[in-house]
Ligand binder design. Structure first.
Ligand SMILES: NC(=O)c1ccc[n+]([C@@H]2O[C@H](COP(=O)([O-])OP(=O)(O)OC[C@H]3O[C@@H](n4cnc5c(N)ncnc54)[C@H](OP(=O)(O)O)[C@@H]3O)[C@@H](O)[C@H]2O)c1
Length: 223
C-alpha cells in the first residue's frame, strides 16, 4: 500500500483512526476526516505522519451535509486528482428501544450511516481507482432488539454495496463487518479497534479476498 492514497471517513476516533494508523505504518498517503472532533483529528493526523504516512490531509466532513461532501471531494481532487481506496467508516448509533427513539435520533442514524455513506460514495466515485470499503456491522446481518434503526441503516449499507458492486465490476466494492468494538459508539466495550483496522488493511492490500459486493466479517478473520 506504499505510495497509494486512502481516504477514511470518520478518522478522528475509534475504528477510523486506527485504520488511518494502520495504513500510515505502510507508507500510504492518508486522507483523514473529522466531524466534531477537530483536535482529535489533528492529533490523529500528526500521529499518521510519525508512523510513516507518505503524506496526510485532514478535512472537515459532515456526511449529512451535501456541501460539506462536495467541498471535501473538491479538495481531494485538487490535491491528488484521484484516490486508490475510499473507506466509508463514519457512523453513529443510538442504542435504545425503538419506541423511545426521537425523530431526530432516527434521522441522525439513517442520514449518517446510510444516506451519508451513499452520497460520499457518489461524490468520490469518479476519483476512486481501486476500491470502496464500507464499514457495515454484524448489526447489518443480524437483528438486535435495541438497535432497530441502526440495524436498518447497516442492512441498507450492505444492500447498497451489493448493488453498487454490480454497476462497478472494475472497482473492488465490499463491506467489512465488525462485531462489538471498544470505541465511543459501544461505550468502549468489545474487541480492540486495531482488529477492524487490520481487516480493512488486509482487504485493501489483497491479503483477504472478498467476493465483489460481499462481506468480510471481522470475527471470522480475527478470532
Ligand atoms: N464500535 C462498534 O462496536 C461497531 C460495531 C460495528 C460497526 N461499527 C461501525 O464502525 C464505524 C466507526 O464507528 P466507531 O465505533 O469507531 O465509533 P466512533 O469512535 O464514535 O467514531 C465515529 C466516527 O464517525 C465520525 N462521524 C460521526 N458523525 C459524522 C458525520 N455526520 N459526518 C462525518 N463523520 C461523522 C466521528 O467524527 P467526530 O468524532 O469528529 O465527530 C468519528 O470520527 C461506524 O460506521 C460504526 O457504525 C462500530
Amino acid at each position: 500500500m506504499k505510495g497509494q492514497i486512502v481516504l477514511i471517513t470518520g478518522s478522528s476516533s475509534g475504528i477510523g483512526r486506527e485504520t488511518a494508523y494502520r495504513f500510515a505504518k505502510e507508507g500510504t498517503m492518508v486522507v483523514l476526516t473529522y466531524y466534531k472532533g477537530k483536535t482529535r483529528g489533528q492529533m490523529a493526523e500528526r500521529r499518521c505522519r510519525k508512523l510513516g504516512a507518505a503524506d496526510t490531509l485532514l478535512l472537515h466532513l459532515d456526511v449529512t451535509d451535501n456541501k460539506s461532501i462536495m467541498d471535501a471531494a473538491t479538495q481531494v481532487r485538487r490535491r491528488y486528482g484521484q484516490i486508490d481506496y475510499l473507506v466509508n467508516n463514519a457512523g453513529t448509533g443510538t442504542f435504545i428501544y425503538f419506541h423511545k427513539q426521537s425523530a431526530r435520533e432516527i434521522e441522525r442514524q439513517i442520514r449518517t450511516n446510510l444516506e451519508g455513506l451513499i452520497k460520499v460514495t457518489r461524490a468520490f466515485l469518479p476519483l476512486v481507482r481501486k476500491g470502496i470499503i464500507n464499514v457495515a456491522s454484524i448489526a447489518g446481518k443480524e437483528p438486535y432488539d435495541d438497535m432497530t434503526v441502526y440495524c436498518g441503516s447497516k442492512f441498507g449499507v450492505r444492500g447498497f454495496t451489493q448493488a453498487l458492486a454490480l454497476e462497478h465490476p472494475r472497482q473492488q466494492v465490499c463491506c467489512v463487518n465488525p462485531d462489538q468494538v471498544a470505541t465511543r459508539l459501544s461505550g468502549y466495550l468489545g474487541r480492540p479497534p486495531e482488529d477492524v483496522a487490520e481487516v480493512i488493511f488486509m482487504v485493501a492490500s489483497g491479503r483477504v479476498k472478498c467476493k465483489q459486493g460481499g462481506d468480510v466479517d471481522v470475527w471470522k478473520v480475527i478470532k
